[in-house]
Design a protein around this ligand. Structure first.
Ligand code: SF4
Ligand code: SF4
Ligand code: FES
Length: 243
C-alpha cells in the first residue's frame, strides 16, 4: 500500500453507557474494512470486546456501528474512505438510538418489536393449492413494494433518525418502510389493520421528512418515500371514511 501509514489509530467504545473510548493501534491492510479493524482488536488486543457481525458481505445487517459519528454497515465500509487525515483517529461507537448491551453491541429487540407493531408480517389468503399470484412487474404497486423489500434490518436508518431520538415510541423508518412494502403488496389481506397501526400518533405522521434515513441507508432504500406513501394512503382512506 503506497503512502499509507503502517498503523491506524482507533478509538473504540468500551463498557456500558457510562463507559469510555479506549485507544488502539491496528496494522493497516489493503482493502481493510472497519469490521476488519474491530475484529483485529478483538482477536489480538482486547479479547473481551463485544460486537456483532455475521455475513461480512452486506447481507445480514448485523454489523452496523457508528463510525466517526455516522451510522454505517462496517463490513462494507472501507477504512480508506472514512479515516482521512482530518478524521483520525478512527472512532467506532455503538449505534445511537438503541439501548447499549456493552461495547459495540446494542439491543435490537425494541427495534424489531416496532416492526411487529407496524404489522410488518405478510398476511395472505392463498393456499398451497392456489396458483401463483401474478403481479405485473411494471405495475405501480409492484414497483412500490419492490423499492423497499431489500431491507436487511441493519438499524442504520433508525440510528440516524432525529424523531426516534426525541420520541422513543416513534415506529421509525425501518418499520414504516416494511409496512409500506406490505401496503403496496396486492396479495396482502391485512391492509386496514396495518394502516390503523401506522396512522397513530407514533406512526407515519410523526416523521418530519428531512431524510437522514434515506441518506444513510446502505441498501439505497428510501424510507422517507415509503413514509410519504403511508401518509397519502392513510389520508385518502380517512377522507373516504374507510379507516
Ligand atoms: S425522514 Fe422521517 S423517518 Fe427518516 S430520519 Fe427523518 S424523521 Fe426519521
Ligand atoms: S431501510 Fe436501510 S438502513 Fe434501514 S434497516 Fe433497512 S437496510 Fe438498514
Ligand atoms: S456482517 Fe452482515 S451486513 Fe455486515
Amino acid at each position: 500500500m503506497a503512502n499509507v501509514a503502517p498503523t491506524l489509530a482507533v478509538r473504540i467504545w468500551r463498557g456500558n453507557a457510562a463507559g469510555a473510548f479506549v485507544g488502539y493501534d491496528v496494522p493497516r491492510q489493503a482493502s481493510q474494512t472497519v469490521l476488519d479493524v474491530v475484529t483485529y482488536v478483538q482477536r489480538y488486543l482486547e479479547p473481551t470486546l463485544s460486537y456483532r457481525f455475521s455475513c461480512r458481505v452486506g447481507m445480514c445487517g448485523s454489523c452496523a456501528m457508528t463510525v466517526n459519528g455516522v451510522a454505517r454497515w462496517t463490513c462494507r465500509t472501507h477504512v480508506a474512505g472514512v479515516a482521512t487525515k482530518d478524521t483520525r483517529p478512527l472512532t467506532i461507537a455503538p449505534l445511537a438510538n438503541f439501548p447499549l448491551v456493552r461495547d459495540l453491541a446494542v439491543d435490537m429487540r425494541g427495534f424489531f418489536d416496532k416492526w411487529a407493531k407496524a404489522k410488518g408480517v405478510f398476511q395472505g389468503s392463498a393456499t398451497r393449492h392456489d396458483d401463483f399470484a401474478r403481479v405485473a412487474p411494471g405495475s405501480p404497486a409492484r414497483i412500490a413494494a419492490s423499492a423497499g423489500i431489500e431491507c436487511i434490518g441493519c438499524g442504520v436508518c433508525h440510528a440516524s433518525c432525529d424523531v426516534v431520538r426525541w420520541r422513543p415510541d416513534f415506529l421509525g423508518p425501518a418499520a414504516l418502510n416494511r409496512a409500506w412494502t406490505l401496503v403496496s403488496d396486492v396479495r396482502d389481506t391485512a391492509q386496514r389493520e396495518r394502516l390503523l397501526a401506522v396512522a397513530g400518533d407514533a406512526g407515519c405522521h410523526a416523521c418530519h421528512t428531512q431524510g437522514s434515513c434515506t441518506e444513510r441507508c446502505p441498501r439505497g432504500i428510501a424510507p422517507t418515500a415509503a413514509i410519504s406513501g403511508l401518509k397519502r394512503t392513510v389520508a385518502r382512506q380517512a377522507m373516504r371514511g374507510e379507516l
